[in-house]
Design a protein around this ligand. Structure first.
Ligand code: P6P
Length: 341
């Protein structure tokens, strides 16, 4: 908790955004329509947290009996979370269109509602394999600007991550937290479950440049490319190897939870491409997973690459394209990127 935070008492999300809007020094110049967008998404995440928290009591566990564009079986909560975000955002006049991991094509704002200047992309419920076993899951979102005029198409969404106006995620765990960047650092809000308000609990988020913790699904080791195998074997060699220190490993299989741990105490997260599906550059999606997480991590002093280049510089070719992801503590991300060179 930073001094300024303690000194200022309880700051709600609304007050944080209003103060950012006023704070010309920050150069934030938060447009009212972007403030409305963030507030609407944050309210939708509260509703998703409520549904997730019901578990078996709400009849929301298990499969939906449908599949998504990724060819993955959808969980009931995937569909519920997607619907909540669509319904919350379609009428406000702040968006031109939306795109979701759960929908094959983009969702233009219906003609009977006013259209705005932003595009919203989201993975409505990331980490679905953890839903039925009560492990933390989350919502990831990314905000892009939209060219005025015609009905938005998929091409309007194909913008490099460095052009994002905002990005964030909600993590539904022991605490329900919202993490947000508008390009001027990273802020963390914790849901007050008595007042149902998002309260600022950290606005000085910094990822340590060094770490002793890594996150990767080790079961895929035989499928990795050489630079990844070299790096992970050095991590496992610990103080007996070239890195000269021992490392710890975590793998939650919810990107939101693994990234949140890294944002909180450092670490390096890796989901490399592998030989299981050599035609795919990776498992994670560029536009609504890697880009928002890369923006947040960089704003907290970390780094994010696909092994070859900065993730936020990648020019997207397709809405649901995948990408390899190495992100977190800068010195470790730099190392593994150098191994790929
Ligand atoms: P694996 C969840 O399905 C996800 O998209 C990310 O949240 C997570 O980091 C990764 O996949 C887990 O993948 O192959 O370890 O189950």
């Amino acid at each position: 908790m930073s001094d300024t935070l303690a000194a200022r008492g309880r700051i709600s999300l609304t007050r944080y955004l209003i103060e950012l809007e006023r704070d010309a020094d920050e150069g934030a110049a938060l447009p009212p329509s972007l403030r409305l967008l963030i507030e609407v998404v944050a309210r939708a995440c509260k509703q998703i947290a409520h549904e997730v928290g019901k578990g078996a009591l709400g009849g929301v566990l298990g499969e939906a009996g449908t599949g998504n564009i990724q060819g993955e079986a959808q969980k009931k909560l995937d569909v519920i979370a997607n619907e909540i975000l669509l319904e919350a955002n379609e009428w406000g006049g702040h968006l031109a269109a939306m795109a979701s991991e759960e929908m094959a094509t983009v969702f233009p704002i219906p003609g009977h509602y006013p259209r705005g200047e932003y595009l919203l992309l989201f993975d409505p419920l990331d980490g679905s394999s953890n839903i039925d076993v009560n492990v933390s899951i989350g919502t990831i979102f990314s905000v892009l600007r939209c060219a005025e005029g015609s009905r938005p198409s998929e091409n309007d969404f194909l913008q490099a991550g460095k052009l994002q106006a905002a990005a964030g995620y909600a993590v539904y765990g022991p605490q329900t937290q919202l993490v947000l960047t508008l390009g001027h650092g990273v802020a963390v809000f914790t849901l007050d479950r008595e007042t149902h308000s998002w309260i600022l609990t950290d606005d000085q988020v910094r990822i340590p440049e060094d770490t002793k913790e890594f996150a990767i699904n080790m079961s895929n080791r035989r499928h990795w490319e050489a630079p990844v195998t070299r790096y992970v074997d050095e991590l496992l060699a610990g103080r007996t190897g070239p890195l000269g220190k021992d490392f710890n490993m975590r793998w939650i299989a919810s990107m939101v939870a693994d990234v949140h741990r890294i944002l909180t105490r450092g670490g390096v997260f890796m989901y490399p491409r592998d030989a299981r599906e050599p035609e795919k550059p990776g498992k994670l999606r560029l536009l609504y997973e890697a880009n928002p997480m890369g923006f947040i991590v960089e704003q907290a002093g970390g780094a994010a690459t696909d092994g070859a280049m900065r993730i936020l510089d990648i020019e997207p070719a397709k809405l649901h394209q995948r990408v390899a992801v190495f992100l977190g503590s800068k010195n470790e991300v730099d190392r593994i990127t150098a191994y790929h060179a």
